[in-house]
Design a protein around this ligand. Structure first.
Ligand code: DGY
Length: 321
């Protein structure tokens, strides 16, 4: 009997073709609706491999029913949706998709920073809604980006790729990370500083840290209070790193100037969420790595990792022991 693979979202046929030739493959048939938990549990019972999305919760319940499970390949660099410790206890390899998405996610992060600083979304709506009556000296005036200070929280491969873009804009680069990155310091002149120093002195605070027990609720009321009144906060990592109620209060009270958010505590965010009512919030639907080229590369990486593990080899990007 061929090993069985379950893919939790509809992916393009060409991406899954290499698996179909060798294995029995079932794919959830919807692209924009997550697989129901009950279906995922039934499929996990039979599966040798799962190709999962960041919206799937892969926890002890899945691992304990998945007696044949050998590998979970997650279509994301972040893997906070997976209980890594439980995966290791059950001997399941967990793989992610690092590096292939660094440039694309850095592009989106910088685009979000620029859109927020220069009020691009507001301005585009202003024109479409017929509100443009005349050129005016301070019409939709935003904040400069060039020569300002960017503070990057989380200097992994996406962080350092954002720093390269910042360097091209003549920005001063501060960063905070678990460890110092001497290569980024040497190449881009980035300056390591404490978290407090960074939030107090940066004009743009850009959050790119993975979601872990230490980074959950990292950005709270007290942190926003320490920022400059003109600071712009950008989050392209994971929603729960930020206390959204505190962010809302900080924006309402003009403790900071604006926020650009690609990620939220609850995804999709409720359209009635108060944050979405603020004109100085640019909100995107978690599209950091969403270019066609990069999403195809990510799918190919998942497919390759599954094939390697099911052929008895080590995957290329295993994140657990
Ligand atoms: C990831 O890969 O973790 C990103 O958030 C996807 O856009």
């Amino acid at each position: 009997m061929k090993p069985y693979i379950f893919i939790t979202r509809k992916l393009p046929d060409e991406a899954v073709e290499p698996l179909k030739n060798k294995y029995e493959v079932t794919m959830w048939d919807k692209e924009d609706v997550a697989v129901p938990r009950s279906v995922l549990l039934e499929e996990a019972k039979k599966a040798d491999a799962l190709l999962t999305m960041l919206s799937d919760k892969i926890d002890e319940e899945i691992f304990s029913v998945g007696e044949n499970l050998k590998v979970v390949a997650n279509l994301a660099v972040g893997y906070d949706n997976i209980d890594i410790q439980k995966a290791s206890e059950h001997g399941v390899a967990v793989c992610n998709t690092p590096d292939v998405l660094a440039d694309t996610t850095a592009d989106l992060t910088f685009a979000l920073l620029m859109a927020t600083a220069r009020r691009i979304v507001e301005a585009a709506e202003f024109v479409k809604e017929g509100k443009w009556k005349s050129w005016a000296p301070l019409l939709l005036a935003g904040h400069d980006i060039h020569h300002k200070t960017i503070g990057i929280v989380g200097m992994g491969s996406i962080g350092s790729t954002v720093a390269k873009r910042a360097k091209g804009f003549d920005m001063n680069i501060l960063y905070h990370n678990r460890s110092r990155k001497m290569d980024v310091e040497a190449e881009l002149g980035a300056i390591y500083c404490s978290f407090d120093e960074l939030v107090e002195s940066a004009d743009f605070i850009v959050c790119l840290t993975p979601l872990t027990a230490e980074t959950k609720d990292l950005f709270t009321k007290d942190v926003f209070k320490k920022m400059k009144k003109t600071a712009i906060f950008i989050n392209a990592s994971r929603g729960p790193v930020v206390n959204e109620e505190d962010l809302y209060q900080a924006l309402e009270a003009s403790d900071i100037a604006a926020a650009g958010l690609d990620v939220f505590e609850q995804e999709p965010i409720d359209p009635a969420h108060p944050l979405l009512k603020l004109p100085n919030v640019v909100a995107l639907p978690h599209i950091g790595s969403a270019s066609i080229e990069t999403r195809m590369d990510m799918m190919n990486m998942c497919v390759e990792n599954i094939d390697l593990v099911l052929s008895g080899q080590e995957s290329k990007t295993r994140v657990n022991k």
